[in-house]
Design a protein around this ligand. Structure first.
Ligand SMILES: NC(=O)c1ccc[n+]([C@@H]2O[C@H](COP(=O)([O-])OP(=O)(O)OC[C@H]3O[C@@H](n4cnc5c(N)ncnc54)[C@H](OP(=O)(O)O)[C@@H]3O)[C@@H](O)[C@H]2O)c1
Length: 291
C-alpha cells in the first residue's frame, strides 16, 4: 500500500495531551494533509476510548476530508476506563468477536466506511490464529478493512500469524533511544517480506527534548548538534533521518500536536546521512563503538 512517508499520531491530540478542540483539530488535520501527510494513526483506547469519536466529529463537519486521508486504527488492548466499566483489569483480547466488534465500532466512531489499516495493538498470548484469519477475511470481504496488521509483535509472533493471514505491517517502537528493532529481527523480517514497519515514539515520546540530562541523552544531544550543523538540520530532523535512512522503509509516526513541528518533519525527508553519520548517532546512543 502506498502511504505518506510520515504518519501522524493522534494519541496526544485530545484528552491524553494537547486537548485540541474540534476547530483546532480540523486546522491540524488540514495542515497535515497540505504538507503531504495524509495518514493518521489511531487506536480505540486513545483518550480513554474518545479520540476516534473526536476525530469523527471533524469528518462529519468536513466530509471532503474522508477521501483525502487514510486511517490506521488499532484494537485489542482493554484498559481500565470509566468509558468501559465492564473491564475488571487491563488485558489483551484478539478473539474474532472482539476484532469484528472493534472494527465496526471504530468505523462508527470515526464515521467512515473503511479502515485503511486495522492492527492488533499488542499480542494476545491467547490468540487463535485460525480464528483471527477468519475474522480478518470477513472484515476484508465486507469492505470494512482494507489491510490488516499488528503492533508490538515479536518477529516469531509476526511470522506465526503471517502464516495464517497476510500482515501488512508491524507497528513498533523505534528511535535512536529505542533500538531493539534493529537487532531483534523485526526489521530483517520486514525487509525479507517487503513490509514497511511504522515507528511509534520516534523522539522517545519527547524525552530527547525535555527529560533530564542522563549521560546517554547528553551524548546523543552532542552528536545530533554536530550532525545538525553539518547538515543544516534541526534535532527532530536528524532523529527522523536516522529512521528514514533504514532500507526497511520505516514510516515514523509523529506524536506532536503542533503544526510547525509537523512542518519541520517534512524537511527531514531531504536530510541524507552518510553511513558514518548514522553510526556516529548509534555510537552516541549506545556509548560504545560498534564491535
Ligand atoms: N502501537 C503502539 O503501541 C503505540 C504506542 C505509543 C504511541 N503510538 C503512536 O505513535 C504516535 C507517536 O508517539 P509519541 O507521541 O510517543 O511520539 P513522539 O513524537 O516521540 O513524542 C511526542 C511528544 O514529543 C513532543 N515533541 C515532538 N517534537 C518536539 C520538538 N521538536 N520539541 C519539543 N517537543 C517535541 C510532543 O509535544 P508537542 O505536542 O508539544 O509537540 C509530544 O509530547 C502516537 O500518537 C500514537 O499514534 C503507538
Amino acid at each position: 500500500m502506498e502511504f505518506s512517508p510520515i504518519i501522524i499520531g493522534t494519541m496526544r491530540l485530545g484528552s491524553w495531551g494537547a486537548q485540541l478542540d474540534t476547530e483546532a483539530l480540523e486546522r491540524f488535520i488540514d495542515a497535515c494533509i497540505d504538507l503531504g501527510f495524509s495518514h493518521f494513526d489511531h487506536a480505540d483506547i486513545y483518550g480513554h476510548y474518545t479520540e476516534e469519536e473526536r476525530f469523527g466529529r471533524v469528518l462529519k463537519r468536513r466530509p471532503d476530508l474522508k477521501t483525502k486521508l487514510q486511517i490506521t486504527t488499532k484494537c485489542g488492548i482493554r484498559i481500565l476506563s470509566p468509558n468501559r466499566p465492564q473491564h475488571r483489569l487491563k488485558s489483551y483480547d484478539a478473539t474474532a468477536a472482539h476484532l469484528v466488534w472493534s472494527a465496526e465500532n471504530s468505523l462508527r466512531e470515526l464515521g467512515v466506511d473503511q479502515l485503511d489499516v486495522f492492527l492488533i495493538h499488542r499480542p494476545d498470548f491467547l490468540m487463535h490464529p485460525h480464528e483471527i484469519a477468519t475474522a480478518v477475511e470477513q472484515l476484508k470481504t465486507s469492505g470494512k478493512v482494507r489491510a490488516f496488521g499488528v503492533s508490538n509483535f515479536s518477529p516469531s509472533q509476526f511470522e506465526m500469524l503471517h502464516h495464517f493471514t497476510p500482515l501488512a505491517t508491524n507497528q513498533v517502537e523505534i528511535s535512536l533511544l529505542h533500538r531493539q528493532a534493529f537487532s531483534d529481527g523485526t526489521l530483517d523480517q520486514c525487509l525479507r517480506l517487503g513490509i514497511r514497519p511504522s515507528a511509534w515514539s520516534p523522539f522517545g515520546g519527547g524525552r530527547i527534548f525535555n527529560d533530564g540530562d542522563s549521560p546517554e541523552l547528553q551524548r546523543v544531544r552532542k552528536a545530533i548538534e554536530q550532525l545538525g550543523e553539518s547538515h543544516g538540520a534541526t534535532v527532530d530532523q536528524i532523529l527522523l533521518a536516522f529512521l528514514l535512512q533504514h532500507p526497511a522503509g520505516i514510516l515514523p509516526i509523529l506524536g506532536s500536536s503542533k503544526i510547525e513541528r509537523i512542518q519541520s518533519a517534512r524537511a527531514a525527508l531531504e536530510v541524507q546521512l552518510s553511513h558514518e553519520d548514522w553510526y556516529q548517532l548509534w555510537e552516541a546512543a549506545t556509548g560504545v563503538e560498534v564491535p
